[in-house]
Design a protein around this ligand. Structure first.
Ligand SMILES: Nc1ncnc2c1ncn2[C@@H]1O[C@H](COP(=O)(O)OP(=O)(O)O)[C@@H](O)[C@H]1O
Ligand SMILES: N[C@@H](CC(=O)OP(=O)(O)O)C(=O)O
Length: 462
């Protein structure tokens, strides 16, 4: 199988944590890879940490400072040894990573604080451990028939430091800019049939381990697709496509057969965690189509994301983001002065936190804090409140939900929403629509969010 330049054609497959955590999953992955190899493709896999392991490593990082990490560490190790056994591969392959986890934990304990570089080094082990087992499984499956190579993503993707000036962002939420590399793609194609690497991790120019932000494996997969100018990028997960809303929150949600890059991006940005927005912005310039499919039901058709779509002046999908931190800042009479606003947003910038939605009156500012890309915690929000209180008369922190209608003309959608229920607007705490008129977002109480989502889905989509 050749691409348009007569070079071997690559397909990139990303398997998320929900897709790699059982033997059944691995048998399905084996069949998916085999099918592509039979069609003549070269296959590049991007592998996430096993389900929930990144969260466990995050928690372990927090306990490491006090030194009380042995018990959760033992659990983490047992889990991986158990996975090795289930997958039928040699568990001693994990030894170097287990040793380096222990050494990073000791470093954190000795330094007495959890710095971003140490945190990144520790959390990266989720992907290093799981991908080592994944490669061993595929080698066992293909024996001598197909050449399977494990690659260290930190040697493939190097972040450009200057993009970020905040240390948290540089180590925990970094950005790389891979470009197509025809020579490398052909060289790999000559040497290997399958390459497998880790999602979520990369390195900086000094060779230190960095992370690409939570849910960053989709981003890694898009980097690899761009590097290899792949024919297609497939995101394999636990649901068979992008749905009109999260099917785990609303079972009535319907699968979207096809959606264009822009609308998929809007969904991803608005909280549809099936796909990371950075993944889309990376492949869009190269026109690489993305397909989302379910590892648990590989035969089921998925969602195709590409340049065109054709239809859609109407609401295509609804995204819901819950537990969004909202800050209400009382600024006093100088509230709308540029120097006050500059100070306030300077503080948000120092904390590497952006705004999802924003509303201002003469004396106050309401900011729904953007948290999806950063590894943030409640402590950071409390620190932010304290810092803001130096500039503001008062700072209130609460949590709400954001509902976003995607693919519509906002004004039309607004009008229809009024027809559905005249009382709906009373439930909006804040409303925003883009100048492109393609989506409409509003902030609602978290407790009412699911009811409102259901109502809107029923009337605008079903
Ligand atoms: N519009 C949507 N369509 C499909 N899934 C969605 C949507 N919005 C949110 N999701 C959620 O995304 C989840 C898959 O993402 P994630 O849990 O990060 O998987 P993975 O571990 O494979 O990366 C689904 O289980 C689903 O609950
Ligand atoms: N393991 C990382 C990266 C990732 O993208 O995972 P997943 O593909 O399972 O969402 C995280 O949990 O953030």
């Amino acid at each position: 199988m050749s691409n348009k330049n007569n070079n071997p054609a690559w397909v990139v497959l990303k398997f998320g944590g929900s897709s790699v955590s059982s033997l059944d999953d691995w048998n399905n992955i084996g069949s998916i890879v085999s099918e592509y190899l039979q069609q003549g493709f070269k296959v590049a896999l991007v592998h996430s940490a096993f389900k929930n392991i990144t969260n466990q490593l995050e928690a372990l990082a927090q306990t490491a400072v006090s030194g009380h990490y042995q018990e959760p560490l033992n659990e983490l190790i047992s889990y991986h040894l158990d996975m090795a056994q289930q997958m039928g591969v040699d568990d001693t392959l994990l030894t170097p990573w287990i040793e380096s986890v222990q050494s990073v934990l000791q470093n954190i304990h000795q330094s007495g604080e959890l710095t971003s570089p140490l945190r990144a080094r520790l959390v990266a082990h989720g992907e290093l451990l799981s991908s080592t087992l994944g490669a061993a499984f595929l080698r066992k499956l293909f024996k001598d028939h197909q050449r399977v190579e494990w690659l260290d993503a930190r040697q493939l993707f190097v972040a450009e430091d200057e993009v970020h000036n905040n240390i948290n962002d540089r180590f925990l939420n970094a950005v790389c800019h891979p470009r197509p590399d025809e020579k490398l793609a052909n060289q790999w194609a000559e040497q290997f049939d399958v390459v497998l690497t880790q999602g979520f991790i990369a390195s900086n120019k000094s060779g230190e381990t960095i992370l690409l932000g939570r849910e960053g494996s989709d981003t890694s997969a898009s980097y690899l697709a761009a590097l290899l100018e792949a024919e297609k990028l497939e995101i394999w997960t636990d649901v068979a496509g992008m749905f009109t809303t999260d099917p785990n929150k609303l079972p009535e949600a319907k699968k979207i057969q096809q959606i264009n890059y822009d609308q998929a991006f809007e969904m991803a940005e608005a909280g549809a965690k099936i796909l990371h927005p950075r993944c889309l912005s990376t492949v869009m310039p190269y026109n690489i189509p993305i397909e989302i499919k379910s590892t648990h039901q590989p035969q089921e058709s998925g969602t195709l994301i590409n340049k065109d779509d054709g239809d859609s002046k109407w609401v295509k999908a609804i995204a819901l983001k819950q537990q969004v931190p909202v800050m209400t800042l009382l600024l006093g009479r100088r509230g709308q002065q540029p120097e006050t606003l500059q100070k306030v947003f300077g503080i948000f910038n120092d904390f590497a936190l952006g705004c999802e939605l924003l509303a201002s009156t003469k004396e106050s500012l309401v900011v729904a804090v953007e948290t999806s890309n950063s590894i943030y915690s409640n402590e950071i929000l409390n620190e932010l409140s304290v810092k803001l209180a130096e500039t503001c008369r008062s700072v209130l922190l609460s949590h709400s939900a954001i509902i976003t209608l995607v693919g519509c003309q906002s004004s039309q959608a607004l009008w229809h929403m009024m027809q559905i229920d005249a009382e709906l607007p009373e439930q909006w705490l804040l409303l925003s629509h883009t100048s492109s008129d393609h989506h409409l977002s509003f902030l609602v109480n978290d407790d009412d969010a699911l009811d409102i989502l259901k109502l809107l889905h029923e009337h605008l989509i079903q």
